[in-house]
Design a binder for this molecule. Structure first.
Ligand SMILES: *Cc1c(COP(=O)(O)O)cnc(C)c1O
Length: 382
């Protein structure tokens, strides 16, 4: 029986937060504080305290967060910066935007996350820093990555755009490195009603630079004194107010995502990316990713059945025309994963019966392919 199951459904979250969102809208209309102002400051301090960092600077989007963190750390032409081959292109764009060179890093075959070892294999003599990505909501092993960075005198920017509230060893992601970058794009675990982002940091200097750069290079508190050549990357008051209205629900939404994940995990076993997480890792399951053979056929059939899916990401960053002139070290794990990964429906209010429906549909695809489970699934499902 067909049943439409969307890839992502934001409606139930908006409904839960509806009262706060209505109040946010009223506040912005009466205060007319559209850019900057109290609502932005409120959200910045709420997000800093949620993560456990000293400073938070609200920004226009997550890509700006990465770019401004890179600028604050002085990254520029001649610098090599390590980043996973399998990330959203924004991680690489930010590196290119400051004139530095992204170096593709391979990943762990189970989690598809960078590790101290894969970062080490990609080191070049001009490497100044690394951007581990907490992909799909899973925290990277920051204990080992920070030790690696210390040994090689590298800075670390955490791309936490998919991992709001994820924890490694009891500590929120984004607070291990020199800076942590978040996107509040609507589809992220904490999403605005448009583009939004933030940098968190414990460094007064980095915070000051990012805040100034995002606000036309202004000196703090001075509308007409410009100390550096900056740009306009500010967070809107309206987006900040909406984020503040939704933040109180983030922990319960992440807990719901963990339930949804456990239902998938029960049915799909070792097909699920990150099926054996480290005990120190608390994922927030931004995406539910599995690895399958015949990925594109399976995806096509699920689409016909009304089940929404995605691929994160179909093409490794260094394979895009935009980055074709880069020298790329071998990244065999990321390359082979790219043709096998499939993102299944995942959102906080997804029902167990819908997860069952998606999994049943996957298993029913076995006969049309005239194949055993092992031909569709990479490993026999547990
Ligand atoms: C979403 C995302 C970004 C960029 O965020 P925007 O707000 O869309 O600019 C960066 N990195 C990763 C891994 C992302 O998923």
């Amino acid at each position: 029986m067909n049943k439409n199951i969307p890839f992502l459904d934001l409606g139930a979250m908006n409904a839960e937060a509806a009262q706060g969102i209505a109040e946010a809208w009223r506040a912005i209309t009466t205060e007319s504080a559209f850019i900057g102002g109290r609502r932005v400051q409120d959200f910045e301090s709420q997000w800093a305290s949620y993560c456990g960092s000293s400073f938070c600077i609200g920004l226009s989007d997550g890509t700006a967060a990465l770019e401004l963190a890179l600028r604050a750390l002085g990254a520029g032409p001649g610098d090599d910066i390590l980043g996973p081959a399998n990330t959203f292109i924004a991680t690489w764009e930010a590196v290119a935007a400051v004139g530095a060179r992204p170096i593709a890093v391979d990943v762990d075959p189970v989690s598809l996350l960078v590790t101290a070892e894969t970062l080490g294999n990609a080191l070049t003599t001009n490497t100044v820093g690394a951007i581990p990505v907490h992909l799909f909501g899973q925290p990277a092993n920051m204990t080992e990555i920070m030790a690696f960075a210390g040994r090689h005198k590298l800075w670390i920017i955490e791309d936490a755009a998919q991992a709001h509230g994820a924890r490694w060893n009891g500590q929120a992601v984004g607070t291990f490195g020199d800076a942590g970058c978040f996107s509040f794009y609507p589809g992220k675990n904490l999403g605005a009603f448009g583009d939004a982002g933030a940098v968190i940091t414990n460094s007064h200097r980095i915070a000051g630079f990012v805040r100034s750069f995002a606000n036309h290079g202004r000196r703090d508190g001075h509308a007409d004194i410009h100390d550096i050549i900056g740009n306009n990357r500010r967070l809107d008051g309206l987006q900040a107010a909406i984020l503040s209205a939704k933040l109180p629900f983030l922990n319960s939404w992440n807990a719901r995502r963990r339930n949804v994940h456990s239902w998938y995990r029960q049915r799909l076993g070792t097909q699920v990316v990150g099926h054996t997480p480290d005990t120190r890792a608390v994922s927030v399951h931004h995406l539910e990713v599995i690895r399958v053979c015949n990925r594109d056929q399976i995806r096509g059939q699920l689409t016909e059945l009304g089940i929404g899916t995605g691929i994160h990401y179909r093409i490794p960053c260094h394979r895009h025309a935009a980055f074709e002139n880069l020298a790329v070290p071998a990244v065999p794990v990321a390359e082979s994963a790219a043709s096998e990964i499939l993102s299944l429906p995942m959102y906080p209010h997804m029902k167990q019966e819908d997860v069952e429906h998606v999994c049943d549909a996957m298993f029913n695809l076995v006969s049309p392919f005239g194949a055993s489970k092992s031909r569709i699934f990479r490993h026999a499902a547990a």
